[in-house]
Write a protein that binds this ligand. Structure first.
Ligand SMILES: NC(=O)c1ccc[n+]([C@@H]2O[C@H](COP(=O)([O-])OP(=O)(O)OC[C@H]3O[C@@H](n4cnc5c(N)ncnc54)[C@H](OP(=O)(O)O)[C@@H]3O)[C@@H](O)[C@H]2O)c1
Length: 171
C-alpha cells in the first residue's frame, strides 16, 4: 500500500544511491542531491509520484530525481522486466507499476495499486521517426496518437480518483 511506500526522511540518506550523470560535481554551493527539487516542489515529505514510461530515458531520470528528493515513486513501465531493472537502478524505495498507457485495463489495474497520488507525470510517448503523415503507415500514425494523446487521457482518467485523494494536491 502507498502508506508503506512513503518515505521516512528522518532515517534515510537520499544521497546513497546517487550515481547518475545528473549528479554534478559537488562544490561548496551545491545542494545535496534532491534538495533543489525539494525546494522547487516545496514540502514533499510523504508525497507519492507516478511517472509513466519510466523504465528508460527522460522518465527514468524524472523518477530518479523525484526519489532522490524523498518522494515515494512508482516507476511506470509496460514491461515488468524492464521496469524491475529500472526500479533496482533508481533505488530509494522506488517501486514498479506495470502500466501500458494505451490499455485502459492496464491503467485501471495500476491505479488500484495506489491509495493516493500527489504527482502524475505523463511522460510515456513514442515518436514517428520524423515521418510526416503522408509518409507514414496510417496504422503507425494512429498508434502515435493512441500513445501520446489518448494515452494521456486514459492514464489521467484512471488516476483521477487517487489524485483527488491527495493530501498535497498541486494545481
Ligand atoms: N527526447 C526528446 O528529445 C524528446 C523531445 C520531445 C518530446 N519528448 C517526449 O518525452 C517523453 C520521453 O522521451 P524519451 O526521449 O525519454 O523517450 P524514450 O527513451 O523512447 O522513452 C519512452 C518511454 O515511454 C515508454 N512507452 C512507450 N509507449 C508506451 C506505452 N504504450 N505504455 C507505457 N509506456 C510506453 C517506453 O517504454 P518501452 O521501453 O517499453 O518502449 C519508454 O519507457 C516522450 O513522451 C517523448 O515523446 C522527447
Amino acid at each position: 500500500m502507498v502508506g508503506d511506500a512513503r518515505r521516512d526522511d528522518t532515517t534515510t540518506d537520499h544521497n546513497e544511491h546517487v550515481t547518475s550523470a545528473h549528479d554534478c560535481p559537488s562544490s561548496p554551493t551545491s545542494p545535496p542531491a534532491g534538495e533543489g527539487l525539494r525546494a522547487t516542489l516545496g514540502g514533499v515529505d510523504n508525497s507519492v509520484a507516478l511517472v509513466t514510461g519510466a523504465n528508460k530515458g527522460i522518465g527514468k531520470e524524472i523518477a530518479r530525481q523525484l526519489a532522490d528528493a524523498g518522494l515515494a515513486v512508482y516507476v511506470g513501465s509496460r514491461d515488468a522486466t524492464r521496469g524491475e531493472r529500472a526500479v533496482a537502478e533508481i533505488g530509494n524505495g522506488a517501486r514498479l507499476a506495470v502500466l501500458d498507457v494505451t490499455a485502459a485495463a492496464s491503467a485501471a489495474a495500476a491505479a488500484r495499486q495506489v491509495d493516493a497520488l500527489d504527482i502524475l507525470v505523463n511522460n510515456a510517448g513514442i515518436s514517428g521517426d520524423g515521418k510526416t503523415p503522408d509518409q507514414d503507415d496510417p496504422a503507425a500514425f494512429r498508434h502515435i496518437y493512441e500513445t501520446n494523446v489518448f494515452g494521456v487521457v486514459t492514464v489521467t482518467n484512471a488516476f483521477l480518483p487517487v489524485l483527488r485523494r491527495s493530501a498535497h494536491p498541486r494545481y
